[in-house]
Design a protein around this ligand. Structure first.
Ligand code: SF4
Length: 235
């Protein structure tokens, strides 16, 4: 007989006992997050933090400071964050110009009203799709949406169901539905879930070659029990 899937409450408790309590290592203000997100490429916490430190020390992040600096100085400041600093500099100029011209310099104050409209406004910024918009909504204190970390929509699906789909967007929505059903729609609970799933996707339950031997959730994980991550009809 098939075992009932382990609850998300239980999964989160196990992850928290293993990794400890988590807190965001990025700026949670929406505008600052957009800047931080473009400070590194490939975007990782470490790369973005390197570029962010360099940018804040040399130029600053206020829209006027970024616009006054221009492409060459921004490119130089963003180099510690990794690849394509010129392209990232141009994106920063685009973000700063929009925040100054369309939002009077205060993006957070403008992000009010119906959530679909706020989400659409966020997705007009470069490199912001649903995972980025959800992350801003949740950590910016705008709406306690069931955000799923962009590096780990597969985590809950693997543990509870034993397989994931090839389509990233479908995995994201399915993981989001599962979280919505079990984790209360309050900021603290959903931020905690996000941070623990992100940590687990980063450290052990990686997209390819998960490190199951070291995983605290292994005894309850349907993916591990099946010995395969492929879904019905996707083998
Ligand atoms: S046992 Fe493996 S697949 Fe399951 S949660 Fe842990 S790392 Fe991920």
């Amino acid at each position: 007989m098939r075992k009932a899937p382990v609850s998300i409450t239980e999964i989160l408790q196990q992850l928290e006992s293993f990794y400890g309590g988590q807190s965001p290592c990025w700026p949670t203000d929406p505008y600052e997050f957009l800047v931080w997100w473009h400070c590194g490429y490939p975007a990782s916490d470490a790369a973005c933090m390197r570029g962010w430190k360099s940018l804040t020390a040399s130029i600053g992040i206020a829209p006027e400071r970024i616009l006054a600096a221009g492409t060459a100085a921004l490119t130089e400041a963003l180099k510690p964050g990794g690849m394509v600093p010129e392209l990232r500099a141009m994106r920063l100029l685009e973000i700063a110009a929009r925040v100054r011209n369309e939002y009077g310099g205060d993006l957070r104050a403008a992000l009010t009203g119906p959530i679909p409209r706020v989400r659409a406004a966020l997705k007009r910024f470069p490199n912001i799709a649903d995972p980025g918009a959800d992350r801003i909504l949740l950590f910016g204190g705008i709406a306690p949406v069931a955000a799923i970390p962009s590096n780990s929509p597969h985590v809950l699906l693997r543990i509870q169901r034993g397989w994931e789909r090839e389509n990233y967007g479908v995995n994201y929505r399915e993981a989001q539905k599962a979280l919505e059903a079990e984790v209360p729609a309050v900021f603290e609970a959903r931020q905690r879930a996000y941070l623990l799933l992100k940590q687990h996707g980063q450290e052990l339950c990686k997209r390819t070659k998960p490190k199951c031997a070291a995983c605290p959730v292994q005894p309850a994980c349907a993916y591990f029990a099946r010995g395969s991550g492929m879904g019905p009809g996707e083998a």
